[in-house]
Design a protein around this ligand. Sequence first.
Ligand code: ANZ
Length: 841
Amino acid sequence: MAQVASTPLPSSRPQRYDHRALEARWQARWAADRLYQAHVDTTRPKYYALVMFPYTSGDLHLGHWWNFAVADVHARYKRMRGFNVLFPPGFDAFGLPAEGAAIRHGTHPYTWTMDNIRNMERQWRTMGGSYDWSKELATCLPEFYRWNQWFFLQFYKRGLAYKQKAPVNWCPKDQAVLANEQVHNGRCWRCDTPVVKRDLEQWFFRITRYADELLDFSGIDWPERIQTMQMNWIGRSEGVEFRLPVADHPGLAIAAFTTRIDTVFGMTYVVLAPEHPLVGQLTTPSRRAEVEAYVAQTRRQTEIERLATDKEKSGVPIGSYAVNPANGERLPIWIADYVLASYGTGAIMAVPASDERDWEFARKFGLPIRVVVRPADDPAAVTPERLPGNRAYVDPGVMVNSGEFDGLPNRDALERIADWFEGRGVGERRVNYRMRDWLISRQRYWGTPIPMVYCPNDGIVPVPEAELPVLLPADVEFRTAQGENPLALSQEFVNTSCPTCGGPARRETDTMDTFMDSSWYFLRYTSPDTRDAPGFDQDSVRYWLPVDQYMGGAEHAVMHLLYSRFFIKVLRDMGLVEFGEPFRRLYNQGEVLGPDGKRMSKSHGNVVNPDEHVGRSGADAVRGWLMFLGPWDQGGHINMSALGAIQDLLQHIWDLATGPAPAPAHGAGDAELRRLTHGTIKGISHDLDGFRFNTMVSKLMIFRNELRRIRDASEQGVAGQGVGRAAWDEAIDTLIRLAAPSFPHIAEELWTAARGHPYSVHQQPWPEYQEALLAQAEVVLVVQVNGKLRDQLRVPVAVAGDQAQLRELALALPRVRQFVGGGTVQKVVVVPGKLVNVVVT
Ligand code: ANZ
């Protein structure tokens, strides 16, 4: 294997490390050779490595590099490990900013987006990544989004897509719906107008049908934190839904959901959400003005503001009363913003003694508090003043003031009262989820048109599959649109004919949430040219999916990562895929911060553009720089000293690989060098397996230091045990291969051009370490007599496990002989590699 190492390099070879020439040259060669193009090959183990695709915002900044370049190190490593790797790039290309740019600059969203893609792709390619550009996709192209429409139709057929009135954030000035993220302190992010809730007909996906299945994470290896966030988001709770008759309104009842039916005797008032449909009917004339003012005030708040626990409680009574079905008591009905219309039934039984929010509310408005569960160890704690800490008691305890249930542990009472209610037909056990159905309609232009038609005769009619895609119209006016959906203004788009009766009809002008695109783009990557349903080649998907390693930010914990899981489960139930989880392993990398330690943003003026650094220092240096900034999952902040350290590393690797080998008879000896080489392979492999890129780079640096030390000793003529040519060549060739995933260009140049090995280093197997070479040359064992330390034994590794020899050597030690003295050796206990104990009587 060793070839040309110490012969002077031919003059045509670059003597100096010049990243400029070599990076461009190798990138062109890899592209021409389609080195990273993935093909289905059932004879090889596959590995689907995926980074969350970027939004087409305009530029790739160093934060993108942090994601994509480091992920590339992982993909390259897996390739050298023998996997058939699929590693595709693409663009998340629909979304609001394109429309904003269109309004501001008068460009079409398509033009703006495609220009950005071109620029970002150019930057992306300078990374020297092993991305398979033949798989590239952009979600804003009809060849992609027609399948969104096709999936929508299938969901509709299966009852998983439906239309319903729902309250949305509405800016009265812009005349536009806003996403929750676009509401800042109750005001529009653009014009600062107070945002109101408005009920609009919206399209939903019935993700709640899969709620229970989405709580099951078995079979996937995801960070605990993300699983917990999804579980909290789904928010499964078991409880009882029961009815409270309304006093003086025969036949009318309020349904309430509670997880604590055991506390039903402690209910002292009832609260409806201000938006509850019964509020109008149950408000008495004398209360009307106050109630209406309160309802209007609530509509201006976001859900997040309403739920804040530190918020001062507010509410008003509406003048009517409800009857507690457990004891017949008449209780006042209030409305308050801490009760949400969208959860449970939008109404609660309030038990101030057992619930913190109800306690605060009751205290503020002077409502009664009745203790029904007391601490088990305090029989006197039956009044509010006697409760521990003078606050709501929420822990398990013993029932009081609850009729026949008094004295029971409250857990038992909970089941008994649930049975009692069910037996009397007053209520039923129920499971509730905090998660709502996925609202997918957006009143915007730059998204996938929802393929539905409204006909005066036939109602809502799906567009026939054969007529897909429903294309976004090109001639749309953006400037005049006062925040209104430009699609709705396009007569050419809106006016159509009914697929059923042929008469005049109107198209749906809502487009789909862009999370629709990201819910399945990873299927399309396997076969991006597919023109047939279902929008991906099923054989390719069978081979490549699920994704083996997904890499992306933790900010996607609930939306994208939950929607994708839902989507795949639906596709599985449709028989389109054979798996139920899209991403087998998930890794959340941290964030790279600006030089000032702050999040990079244009407003902070601390955005670092990679182009400049790539131009000056080379892509390899920037890749290493990023890895060296900190652990990948934690992030780090940009500092120039780290870049300098990487530039030194690259120069030193270059010098070692192109310079002469140490003269034999100098240096540390083959055994030590090989132990170093193989120990480094082991350490670096371990780090790469665990995504510890920063410590991996440190290990390369240590390896580099040691090799330089050996070489320098040789140059200075320091006598040693001698490093043979084979061991040196092994070390250098290993160094290059270990560096190849991180520094693909310099590694290729050194491997192929400088050392004359067969192209490409990126198709070489990953070096394997030999365990036997890792062991220390000598091992020191402790020698005891009757359990007391008396001496030590230094033996060659080969002897350290040889019981008979160790016994003999230990007994021969002078100090052992001294302590054995005239006694009899009963036995010699040998723990190989560690200890010899001589037992004497
Ligand atoms: C009485 C009670 C007594 C409650 C008690 C709790 C403790 P999770 O676990 O999140 O499902 N609740 C029900 N619907 C609500 C709504 N629309 N808005 C605000 N709060 C609502 O919580 C269920 C509990 O949250 C329910 O149980 C109800 O208060 C409240 F000692 O009923 B509970």
